[in-house]
Structures are given as C-alpha cells and as structure tokens.
Design a protein around this ligand. Structure first.
Ligand SMILES: Nc1ncnc2c1ncn2[C@@H]1O[C@H](COP(=O)(O)OP(=O)(O)OP(=O)(O)O)[C@@H](O)[C@H]1O
Ligand SMILES: [Mg+2]
Length: 373
C-alpha cells in the first residue's frame, strides 16, 4: 500500500532541519503530492542556507524512498530570496531599457544568457524550433545548452534520441547530457516515460529551478529553454523564476495561433522579459514531389502580427516532411542536414537572435531589442 500524505508527514517529523527543529515545524515544506507510490514535494529555504539544506534534502528523499510502497520520490530544494530583497522595480516608462536592472532571479554562474522559446498555443513547433535554433546557434560558434522546461510533456529525450540518465557529480549536482555539442537537460531524463504527470504548480517550479541551478551547465554562451505551451499562471511563474535575457515566440500563421502568440508576447511583457522576436513556423508548404510552394495556412500572418506588436520578425520555417521526420527520428535537421535549406533558415534566425543578445548592455540582463511595458 502506498503511504498517504499524513504518513509521509509523520515520517518527515522525525527528521531534523539544520537548526534542529522538526522538519514539519520549520515552515519549509510544500504541499505533498502522493499518488500511487509516487511522491513529490519541495523544501523552500532561504537562499543563504541552501548548502546546509542540501544534506537534509537528500536525507528526506532517501527516507521517503525507503517507505514501503513508495516507488518514486523527488524532493526539490528551492531557494527563496529573503523578504525585502525582491526584484528591483521595473524601469519607468520610456527609460532606456539597455540599462535595465537585472531581472528578479539570479543568473546561473557561467551562463551568459538564457532565452525562452515559447508560444501561447500547443503543438506549433516550439520544441522543434528550440532544438534547431540551439543547433544553429552552436553552428555560429556559441556554446549552447538546452533546457526542456516542458515538465508536462518533455520533448528532448525523443528529439535527440536520448535514453541514458544524467550522471551526478559529487552525489548532488547533475551533469547535463551532451548531444551534438549541446548540453541538454530535461525532466524526461529523470522520470520514466509512463510516469503520470501529476506535477502541480509548486512541483513544476521546483523541478525547473533544480534543472537550472543544480545542473553543472559549465560555461555557456546561451541556454535555450523550451517552454511548455500556454500563458497561464504556471508559465508566468516560470517566466518570472528563470533569469531570462529574452523570449522567442513561435507561431503558426493561422489567426487562432496568432491570438495565442499575442498572449505570449503580453505575458513576457508583464514580467519585463524582452521579446527577441517572432518565428513563423509551418509558414508555407513545399510539395515534395513537384517543389511547388503553397501557403496552406495563409503565410505571413506572424510577420504582420510581429509588425503590429512592434517586435522583430525572425524568420519563416516551412512545413516540411523532412523537419518532422528528422525530429521524430531523434536526428534534428540542423545537425543531420547542415547544408540543407532548413539548416540555412534556422541559422539566419539564430544570427538575428545572437545579434539581439549581443547588443549594447548584452548579457543576461539587457538585450537591445525590447518592447515597452
Ligand atoms: N516546420 C515543421 N514542418 C513539419 N513538421 C513540423 C514543423 N515544426 C514542427 N513540426 C511537427 O509538429 C509536431 C509538433 O511540434 P513540436 O512538438 O515541436 O511542437 P510544440 O509546440 O513543442 O508542442 P507542445 O505544445 O506539445 O510542446 C511534431 O510532430 C513536429 O515534428
Ligand atoms: Mg514542446
């Protein structure tokens, strides 16, 4: 029989926090998610005390794993800023954004910029775009990481045909998996494919924070974050928690997708993350037999929308069987057909992204292209 929440709490009461108090009385424990022997919860601690808590986190996780009926236990440590040290206020309207103060969350040591690839709508090609954009940035000579933040439906294991588990360094930090010279991390590497996704808000957040901060990313120019679809609270929190230098919005040309793309732009505006630009995916179709081009979704919609929203348009990627087939086979097109037409398109987009990141006040805090909040 899998233990109940109360039984887990009881077990946790026997574990001491670093200050000697019972864990259950230390105020750090999140809601406990327990379902079918799978247990997830987080410990939200003061950032200054993370080191002291790491050993406790491990002890807690081991204790829960050892309970009869528990098949999986994941305990995440999330560091919270002490009250009063929150994010600086956003710049006044009209203030030069290049001098924008650092966004709320702290950066990841050794990583120059983190960018999000997002969309309002699901299935528009975020993950496909993320991996190919990452590879194209690599082709430009950058050192690149990929963080699959789609906790509900991770894509990177499939897109890169990764089946191995990441190794740990010193028992606590994870080493990203290396593929095509990219450092890659995904929740999909840590859980079995059949594991039901019972993550809830706080769980999602702590898993993301862990993947960002407890992974040995090394020295990177940029991490490309493949975001989950949607513009709800979970996405908003993510956008706030990750120190983003900018966001790339992916949209298909249809009106409905464009409405969602607009929501995506608005969401990042709300949390003061600059929009690096919009990519139109599945923009047009080239007939594999005759080579004729057709605009089945009404090509150009995203470009017009970008103009309307006064954000840069980064490029159009066709709807093409090669892109789908290579993605499905775990052989992304930019890596496996570097001289083909698709790789060229992604590299053009990557150049624009790189230039946007390299503008005045470059780095994780202040890309050049910004929109007024
Ligand atoms: N330009 C393209 N041409 C052909 N197929 C594409 C293209 N872009 C994406 N696809 C295919 O469309 C499907 C959805 O793409 P993808 O998984 O990248 O979307 P997503 O926005 O990440 O989806 P989700 O919202 O589920 O995370 C996949 O089968 C992918 O191979
Ligand atoms: Mg995806």
């Amino acid at each position: 029989m899998a233990p109940t929440k109360d039984q887990i709490r009881e077990r946790l009461a026997a574990i001491a926090a670093p200050d000697g108090r019972k864990l259950t009385e230390s105020g750090v424990l999140s809601d406990i998610v327990a379902s079918d022997g799978k247990v997830f919860f987080s410990l939200s601690v003061d950032a200054a005390q993370v080191k002291a808590w790491e050993a406790v986190r491990k002890q807690v996780e081991d204790a829960v794993k050892a309970m009869p009926g528990v098949t999986t236990a994941m305990v995440a440590l999330t560091a919270e800023r002490a009250a009063g040290k929150g994010a600086p206020p956003p710049p006044a309207a009209g203030a030069p954004h290049a001098h924008r103060a650092p966004a709320g969350p702290a950066g990841v040591p050794g990583v120059k910029s983190i960018i999000a690839v997002a969309s309002g709508k699901g299935g528009v090609g975020k993950s496909t775009t993320s991996i190919n954009l990452a590879l194209a940035l690599r082709d430009l000579g950058l050192k690149v990481g990929v963080l699959d933040a789609d906790i509900y439906g991770p894509s990177m294991p499939k897109l890169l045909a990764i089946r191995e588990k990441p190794q740990t360094i010193g028992g606590t930090r994870l080493k990203p998996i290396s593929r095509y010279d990219l450092a890659v991390m995904s929740i999909g590497f840590l859980i079995e494919e059949e594991t039901p996704m019972i993550w809830r808000g706080p769980m999602v957040m702590s898993a993301l924070t862990q993947m960002l901060r407890e992974v040995e990313w090394g020295n990177l120019d940029v991490i490309v974050v493949d975001m989950p679809p949607g513009t709800g609270d979970a996405q908003l929190t993510m956008a706030q928690q990750v120190p983003l230098a900018g966001a790339v919005i992916v949209s298909t040309p249809q009106d409905l997708a464009l409405i969602d793309a607009r929501r995506g732009v608005a969401m990042f505006k709300r949390v003061n993350v600059p929009i690096l630009g919009v990519i139109e995916n599945m923009s047009y179709f080239i007939c594999p037999q005759c080579g004729a081009r057709s605009d089945i979704f009404g090509h150009g919609g995203a470009q017009h929308e970008a103009e309307r929203l006064k954000v840069p348009f980064l490029g159009a990627v066709p709807l093409d069987m090669t892109i789908r087939e290579t993605s499905d086979a775990g052989l992304p097109v930019v890596a496996t057909q570097p001289d083909g037409p698709h790789a060229r398109i992604y590299r053009d987009i990557a150049q624009k992204v790189r230039d946007a990141l390299a503008g005045p006040g470059a780095g994780r805090t202040a890309p050049r292209i910004v929109i007024e909040a």
